[in-house]
Design a protein around this ligand. Structure first.
Ligand code: HEC
Ligand code: HEC
Length: 249
């Protein structure tokens, strides 16, 4: 009787040991499988990761319209070349989303992000935050933001003539005179950032000093645009001038 009992208990212990060993082996196989990334290839219709990433980036036509011969020879042409360079155009997009060199800004960031609690300054500091060799981090400069909704100051998809006329128009440039515009491109931290962009980003095609020189020449010529023989009178004086013209005639 006693021997029979011992036998029965021994069997139970052996069974338990068996169960524990079985579970342990299963666990080890699972862990090894996970560590080896034993997940197989995705079904063909899901595509590879590269294809998915490429499909997720909306195509953006950031190539500026080809200038006419007259436009290319104008005083504004070298200024235009800087304005449509990526460092400037990325923040002066034709739409609500800032651009990146590969498409539009990642993470669905737009002019309206602030309304949903995501300010640009959440990620963009007052200086570049990348370290050499690191991944492309958020670049930074004081008051990093997009131009306001009322005057979006679009540089993308504008011809030389269109951008020239838009830039000098106080109703579209934030009520700036030509002198204010010159001051802005000389001193604004967002403009200066373009020549210290961090990461692998290419600066605009000419130096900041050369850019300011071309801008000054354009301003001194009254903001003349391609197709014009004389520069128009701009700002509040424009109305006064028209008034004098009609009443004093
Ligand atoms: C981080 C975004 C950002 C970048 C980068 C940027 N800008 Fe701007 N830009 C702005 C904002 C915002 C304003 C409006 C500021 C205001 O009204 O006070 C502006 C206004 C301007 C204006 C004034 C008037 C107008 O109609 O456009 C000029 C000129 C200008 N930027 C030129 C440049 C140039 C040149 C570069 C590149 C070297 C550049 N910007 C890069 C955000 C940016
Ligand atoms: C959630 C974080 C985050 C927010 C919020 C954010 N950004 Fe960015 N932004 C980044 C990162 C990261 C990069 C760098 C990506 C790269 O260069 O590939 C970047 C890059 C950019 C660039 C490209 C600069 C260049 O010329 O290469 C622009 C322009 C820009 N951001 C504008 C903005 C504006 C304007 C806002 C607010 C409306 C904003 N970002 C909000 C993270 C953010």
């Amino acid at each position: 009787m006693a021997i029979k009992r011992v036998g029965a208990i021994a069997l139970t212990v052996a069974e338990w040991i068996g169960v524990v060993v079985f579970v342990l082996v299963l666990l080890v196989v699972l862990v090894v499988a996970i560590l080896l990334g034993w997940v197989g290839d995705p079904p063909p219709d899901l595509g590879t990761r590269g294809q998915a990433a490429a499909a997720a980036v909306p195509t953006v036509d950031r190539k500026p319209p080809k200038p006419s011969a007259e436009e290319a020879a104008s005083l504004f042409a070298p200024v235009y070349e800087v304005l449509v360079s990526p460092r400037c155009m990325n923040c002066h997009p034709d739409g609500d989303r800032p651009l990146s060199d590969t498409g539009v800004h990642a993470m669905n960031v737009s002019r309206t992000s602030f309304n949903s609690g995501l300010a640009c300054s959440t990620c963009h500091a007052e200086h570049n935050t990348e370290f050499p060799g690191g991944p492309p981090g958020p670049p930074g400069a004081p008051h990093w933001q997009l131009p306001p909704e009322q005057t979006p100051m679009v540089f993308q998809n504008r011809t030389v003539t269109a951008l020239c006329k838009q830039l000098r128009d106080p109703a579209q440039n934030g009520e700036r005179t030509l002198a204010d515009l010159l001051d802005h491109v000389e001193k604004d931290p967002l403009v200066l950032w373009g020549w210290n962009p961090g990461g692998d980003r290419t600066p605009p095609p000419i130096s900041h000093a050369a850019f300011v020189t071309h801008m000054r020449a354009w301003v001194d010529a009254g903001g003349i645009c391609p197709g014009e023989k004389v520069a128009p009178v701009l700002g509040p004086e424009a109305e006064t001038d028209t008034d004098t013209g009609t009443t004093g005639g």
